[in-house]
Design a protein. Structure first.
Length: 249
């Protein structure tokens, strides 16, 4: 049974990935900052456990969580870097603290988790590293400059690592969803409606209109792509940015 570690597993895309992999027989370690959310996800998933809350921006905490997950579930053969945040601000109002926080979560978190699992993957000659990036890794969006910078960097890291590890039995890929039906978007819709007086349906159109299919992506669609990339059938897929965006990119 393969052991997958998922960051940002307490909600949204991370929770959908956990459910999909559990249904396909994976042993799971769930990482996130909110212990109650992790417990809620894990309670109905066979083979899922958590090692306490973990902030991916904290290198020592990540190393401890990975060690505990390995002790509990064996060698980690699949890493899904899903933890992320997308604060909104005009660039001129993006102070360095917000800039640094955004890079810490979206980029440095990927660095910490990958560094923690990689030695064992190299030792066993087997591994899948799947980074949940975004269409913001492939194009720019106004008012999320820090997020776009971080996700572009994640994609660059993905491509560089794919080449470094290609002969070691490890693949590294990115999944790049467009606007996805998660709490982040639902909260953004509410905020737009509250601030502008527009209806929530009209505010939602701000997000759906960029997708040629005219809808939000579902978390389960992202999870299905992750499950494929983790499978043996994707052994030759390496260094790719898999778009889940209805044709936006």
């Amino acid at each position: 049974m393969k052991h997958a570690l998922i960051t940002g597993a307490g909600s949204g895309i991370g929770a959908a990935i956990a459910t999909t992999l559990a249904q396909n027989g994976y042993r799971l370690s769930l990482l996130g900052r909110r212990l109650d959310a992790l417990e809620h996800v894990a309670e109905n998933l066979p083979g899922a456990h958590w090692t306490g809350s973990c902030d991916v921006t904290d290198q020592a905490a990540v190393e401890q969580s990975v060690a505990a997950a390995t002790d509990a579930g064996g060698s980690i053969s699949v890493l899904i870097n899903c933890a992320g945040a997308a604060p909104t601000a005009a660039f001129q109002k993006t102070d360095f603290a917000l800039w640094q926080q955004t890079l810490d979560i979206n980029l440095n978190g990927v660095y910490h988790c990958t560094q923690a699992v990689l030695p064992n993957m190299i030792a066993t000659g087997n591994g899948r590293i799947i980074n949940i990036a975004s269409t913001a890794a492939q194009k720019g969006y106004a008012y999320v400059s820090a997020y776009c910078a971080a996700k572009h960097a994640v994609l660059g890291l993905t491509r560089a690592l794919a080449l470094e590890l290609a002969t070691k039995g490890i693949t590294v890929n990115a999944v790049c969803p467009g606007y996805t039906d998660t709490d982040i978007i639902r909260n953004a819709v509410k905020n737009i409606a509250d601030k502008t007086g527009r209806s929530e349906a009209d505010a939602l159109n701000h997000f759906t209109q960029v997708n040629p299919q005219g809808r939000l992506v579902s978390p389960e669609e992202v999870a299905a792509a992750v499950q494929w990339l983790a499978s043996e059938g994707a052994a030759s897929v390496n260094g790719q940015a898999i778009g889940i965006n209805g044709g936006e990119i």
